[in-house]
Design a protein around this ligand. Structure first.
Ligand code: NAD
Length: 289
């Protein structure tokens, strides 16, 4: 068994504990056992799991794994601490708020011989799988992905990073991208922001990514993908899967920890994550220049 701790008991951290306490029967997730949680608050036991200090978590030999579920800006420090202690790490996206730090963390993971996994539940949704099937084999002319959502709490960082799930969708659908221009509109008094990034596929097809957030904005992804053969204006509706998204991610991470995922697969994922991080940083620079 691999002992695990959860760092940050917000929505995601709470779900991580719940899923480890009741893993999908027969899945690799059964190999994880939650041994404690770490919070900056003084919390009593949660779901029967006790709080422990970070010092205890890094030094205990029966703790092999950490889940980093804090707000985005503190992911990097937490990931680094656990990797350096030789623990496998699963971090909610985005892993870091800049590209250089992401490269450093992957280097530490490699040096220590541990798994570094960035959660990407957006790739596990039935909506995404249906869209991927729909896009497969079609030749893109141009496209837009416009995300809207409520205002984020402090600590979630620049939209190109907090919204890296949308960028990951585009990269998984259309291959590696480059950023040609980006702008940011902000009305901080009203907690409103709109980032518009102009992207280009490797065969020079333009894509626009808009990340818009403000109080009361519905959580939605609007698409307009123009292909040689027609236009896709809606994400094809798909029924929810039987297994929850965080549980699917937990199973994937556990499979990596127990050595069931091939080095090729691991490398492919790492390349995609680093590509998206570099692209997000470039978008941020373009917005700020
Ligand atoms: P959250 O706001 O619920 O929690 C974030 C952090 O705030 C946690 O460290 C938590 O301990 C702390 N926190 C929460 N309530 C607090 C309180 N009352 N007082 C003091 N601290 C408090 O955010 P979240 O949704 O759990 O997101 C955490 C990470 O998971 C983020 O990186 C996010 O991008 C990622 N994520 C979340 C979801 C989701 O569906 N919630 C999905 C994908 C990725």
């Amino acid at each position: 068994m691999f002992g695990a701790v959860v760092v940050g008991i917000g929505t995601a951290g709470w779900v991580r504990m719940r899923d480890m306490l009741a893993p999908l029967p027969g899945s690799a997730a059964e190999k994880l056992a939650v041994r404690g949680f770490i919070s900056r608050r003084s919390l009593d036991s949660q779901q029967g799991v006790s709080p422990i200090s970070i010092e205890e978590a890094v030094s205990r030999e029966d703790i092999h794994v950490a889940f980093i579920c804090t707000e985005n800006v503190s992911h990097e420090d937490n990931v680094r601490t656990f990797l350096q202690a030789g623990k496998h790490v699963c971090v909610e996206y985005p892993m870091t708020m800049n590209y250089k730090a992401a490269v450093e963390l992957w280097d530490i993971a490699q040096e220590k011989g541990v798994i570094l996994h960035e959660e990407h539940i957006e790739l596990l949704t039935e909506d995404y799988k249906e869209l991927k099937r729909e896009v497969e084999g079609k030749i893109l002319q141009e496209g837009t992905l416009h995300f809207t959502g409520g205002a984020l709490k402090p600590g979630f960082g620049f939209p190109a990073f907090s919204g890296i799930a949308r960028l990951t969708w585009l990269v998984e659908l259309f291959g590696e991208l480059s950023a040609t221009a980006a702008t940011m509109e902000e009305d901080s008094a009203n907690n409103y922001s709109k980032m518009t990034a102009k992207l280009m596929t490797s065969d020079n097809r333009p894509l626009t990514w808009i990340e818009e957030r403000g109080p009361g904005l519905p959580r939605a992804k609007n698409i307009n993908f123009v292909f040689d053969s027609g236009t896709l204006t809606e994400i094809p509706p798909a029924p929810r899967g039987a297994v929850g998204l965080f549980m699917q991610d937990l199973i994937l991470f556990s499979a990596k920890v127990v050595g069931q995922v091939s080095p090729d697969e691991l490398q492919k994922e790492k390349s995609r994550i680093l590509h998206c991080s570099k692209l997000a940083e470039r978008i941020q620079q373009l917005c700020q220049s």
